[in-house]
Design a protein around this ligand. Structure first.
Ligand code: UD1
Ligand code: CA
Length: 490
């Protein structure tokens, strides 16, 4: 059997991203900056091409080019933007792009569209290889669609090569019956492409220089144009927000499939959404309604969900997180959180911490084994190990101008309904009394009490609220046990 030839790197990858994208109906963003799974459409296309390691990557920008170029310099600083000030068509765009490629360099030019985000590196590599193996002047990436309307149709020669590609708007009724569409993605011989884009006409329904006309020019010159057929899921173009959502669904399913094959349990793939950059260890379990973003990492054995949203958050092995939102937080191994917690940036939970219901944390370090079980706000705090924070505690970190820190030691037991008015320090092994507003430091081992002493005004209800159900209830209770009234008020 002949060996398959080595993958050859293309001379250039050209991405067309100058169009207006009117069908997105977006004021906020140019089309190619819309995206999903943590990447723009343009970012997905560049990520698919990146492993091919082309010598030149050229992105044609036009409509709202300042924004697109600024984004490009963030996500792919080595890519060269080329300006197409007026969009006269995909062929015109490629002609301009080639100005950024050395004119006499030999090799393959891959042309990609900025709005075709589902292509995989494997398919692009297969296209480049098929092109080289066929020795073709051009190789079109095609696919067969149940509903091909809107796309360019592929007209084949009797021996299976590509004769020409006809745009939907220019196609005859018979041509519109063709189910095989041009994805808009091509591999070209550089020299032949450069020659052909110089000879494009605008003799078509849209009065544009069509890139697909290059195919007609090449076959007319007697060159061979081949095709590689790809899965329809890969070649889908995103022109409007319905297609954007559909592309996201396909891409998300792909990511989840890969995670599941690598040992992650995803209970409900339909309601689980992950960014391309999220990493999950084996034996992680994702319960329904989970979305994970950015650099989020979840370690082995952790159970996340239902209803958890994490962004740039790391979760340690075996942690259990229920109905929680986390942003830029670090969660140690064996931690339990929720239901209904909010971890804001700078939250760092050591191993085996417990964060309970209705607890918000921000910029706070919580030591190993410490518990914040109920209804509390922990802002700008450092808490030691094995400490228990009482229910309904507020770390009063903000004086209206500045933020201050509260430090609580290890093995402390703070009472319910405490206010820690920062800056304040509670020593190791200290206690505080329930209902205290703590404004002064509590030394190690001391009990901090900061609340008014209680007094009972006996008989107040009978005197001031006579005839009410409260007064009647009190009267019955006192009749059965007069000692309940307690000492008279002082
Ligand atoms: C294009 C193809 C069609 C193919 C389809 C696949 C042409 C004429 N048509 O149609 O054969 O089936 O893609 O999705 O090539 N662009 C520029 N400059 C321009 C025009 C377009 O950079 O002057 C960019 C757009 O930003 C977009 C891409 O090229 O990213 C495709 O343009 P679009 O107008 O979406 O072409 P389609 O009508 O989808
Ligand atoms: Ca398109």
């Amino acid at each position: 059997m002949p060996e398959s030839p080595p993958a050859t790197s293309p001379l250039a990858v050209v991405v067309l991203a100058a169009g207006e994208g009117t069908r997105m109906k977006s004021r906020a963003l140019p089309k190619v900056l819309h995206g999903f799974a943590g990447r723009s459409l343009l970012g997905h296309v560049l990520a698919a091409a990146e492993p091919l390691a082309a010598a030149h990557t050229v992105v044609v920008v036009g409509h709202r080019r300042e924004e697109v170029s600024a984004h490009l310099s963030e996500i792919a600083p080595s890519a060269v933007p080329v300006v197409q000030a007026e969009q006269h068509g995909t062929g015109h765009a490629v002609r301009l792009a080639l100005e950024a490629v050395p004119a006499d360099a030999a090799g393959t030019v891959l042309v990609l569209l900025g709005d075709t985000p589902l292509l995989t590196p494997q398919t692009l590599r297969a296209l480049a290889e098929a092109h080289t193996v066929a020795g073709a002047a051009a190789t079109a990436l095609t696919s067969v669609l149940a509903d091909p309307s809107g796309y360019g149709r592929v007209v084949r020669t009797p021996d299976g090569d590509v004769a020409r590609i006809v745009e939907h708007k220019d196609a005859s009724d018979a041509e519109r019956e063709i189910g095989e569409i041009a994805s808009g993605v091509y591999a070209f011989d550089h020299a032949l492409l450069r020659d052909a884009v110089g000879r494009l006409t605008r003799d078509n329904a849209q009065g544009e220089e069509y890139l697909p006309e290059v195919v007609t020019i090449l076959t007319g010159d007697g060159h061979r144009v081949a095709a590689l057929t790809a899965d329809a899921d890969e070649t889908a173009g995103v022109n409007d927000r319905v297609q954007l959502a559909a592309a996201h669904r396909v891409y998300n399913d792909r990511l989840l499939d890969a995670h599941m094959r690598a040992g992650v349990t995803v209970v409900d793939p339909a309601t689980t959404w992950v960014d391309a950059t999220v990493t999950l260890d084996a034996d992680v379990t994702l319960l329904p309604s989970v979305d994970l973003h950015g650099g989020t990492h979840i370690a082995e054995g952790a159970v996340v969900g239902p209803q958890v949203s994490l962004t740039d958050t790391t979760v340690g092995a075996g942690a259990v997180i229920d109905r929680t939102v986390g942003k830029q937080a670090q969660v140690g191994a064996g931690v339990t959180i929720g239901p209904f917690a909010y971890l804001r940036p700078g939250t760092r939970l050591a191993d085996n911490v417990h964060i309970g219901t209705y607890v918000e944390l921000k910029n706070s370090e919580i030591g190993e084994g410490t518990k914040v079980p109920h209804l509390s706000y922990v802002g700008d705090a450092t808490i030691g190990e094995q400490t228990n924070i009482g229910a309904a505690t507020v770390f009063v970190n903000y004086d209206g101008v500045h933020k201050h820190r509260t430090v609580i030691g290890s093995h402390a037991r703070t009472g319910a309904d405490n206010m820690f008015v920062a800056p304040v320090t509670i020593g190791d092994g200290a206690y505080t009394a329930a209902g205290s507003t703590i404004t002064e430091d509590v030394p190690p081992g001391a009990m901090g009490v900061a609340r008014a002493k209680q007094r009972n005004v006996a008989g107040w209800v009978a005197r001031r609220r006579p005839g009410t159900p409260a007064a009647d209830a009190a009267e019955r209770a006192l009749a059965s046990d007069p000692s309940d009234e307690g000492p008279p008020a002082s």
